[in-house]
Ligand binder design. Structure first.
Ligand code: RET
Length: 286
């Protein structure tokens, strides 16, 4: 296949094809991705009243994130199953004639909504001691969106033009570092004057944030991670990429939202808000 601006998955699907195991693992992990978002949606709706009203925006933003992720990951999953077609003779999957190519772009558009929401979300739980809310919020918006848009452009060139791929990736990374810098500042300020238990949760959120957000550039680079057109320019890279994205999504959207909810609960309790709690939740939060 000529080197057009298509994701590398299509090149594997147009040449040697994809084995049964790699095809199914990818289909399954994509399905897991959107199933978790629907489960998360229920969780965030059902736990809304467990925190004081002023923290409920955190849950509401998680709900927005879940709905958007569910729909876009569903589309991403359908894109996979409709792009590749089983060849009964060889038992391998090839790009179907007349089918769309597979493209990871659905994810990027999902992030365009979710990244600003996830970044805003923490601002409704922590109290900033030095920085201005509106300034942090605007920079989160700007740098978060620019990080995604530049990466979205770059991902088209992962096979056809590697200079573009790396240049757009580098621009995106500059915005990413700005987001990390801001988040670090927010978490540091957020720790001031809150109960010890709250500080621990915030440290956990920072660790989770660092690990899960770094997985995304890893997945972007996946086909070239072990060398340009190297061993991961293969079906192993295809499965690896979707697994990495799915794990990253579950951590950065769902677990992050759960931890922020726990923090909001600790802060609500410290401020004297009591929600009728069951014995189990008592054990979790005390
Ligand atoms: C891109 C392009 C290559 C360079 C970098 C990237 C970073 C992406 C990140 C995405 C985070 C997404 C989240 C989504 C949750 O819904 C765009 C892959 C640095 C950090 C948290």
């Amino acid at each position: 296949m000529e080197r057009i601006n298509a994701n590398f998955e299509n090149y594997i699907g147009a040449s040697e094809g994809i084995s049964e195991m790699a095809y199914q693992m990818t289909a399954h992990v994509l399905t897991l991705g959107y199933a978790v978002m629907l489960a998360g949606l229920l969780y965030f709706v059902l736990t809304l009243k467990m925190v004081a009203p002023k923290y409920r925006m955190s849950n509401i933003l998680s709900v927005v994130v879940m709905v958007s992720a569910f729909l876009l990951l569903y589309a991403q999953s359908n894109n996979w199953t409709s792009s590749f077609v089983l060849d009964q003779e060889t038992g391998r999957y090839f790009i179907g004639s007349g089918a769309d190519f597979f493209n990871n772009g659905y994810r990027y558009l999902n992030w365009l909504i979710d990244v600003p929401m996830l970044l805003f979300q923490i601002l409704f739980v922590v109290t900033l001691t030095k920085s201005k809310f509106s300034s942090i919020r605007n920079w989160f918006w700007f740098s978060g969106a620019m990080m995604i848009i530049t990466g979205y452009i770059g991902q088209y060139y992962e096979v056809s033009n590697l200079s573009y791929f790396f240049i757009w990736g580098a621009i995106s990374t500059a915005f990413f570092f700005h987001v990390l810098y801001l988040m670090n500042k927010v978490i540091k300020e957020g720790k001031e004057g809150i109960p010890e238990k709250g500080k621990k949760i915030l440290s956990g959120i920072w660790g989770l944030f660092l690990v899960s957000w770094f997985l995304y550039p890893g997945a972007y680079l996946m086909p070239h991670l072990l060398g340009i057109d190297g061993p991961l320019f293969s079906e192993a890279g295809i499965v690896g990429r979707q697994m990495t994205y799915t794990i990253a999504d579950i951590c950065s959207k769902v677990i992050y939202g759960v931890l922020l909810g726990n923090l909001a609960q600790v802060l609500s309790n410290a401020e004297g808000y009591t929600h009728k709690r069951t014995e189990e939740t008592e054990a979790v939060y005390n």
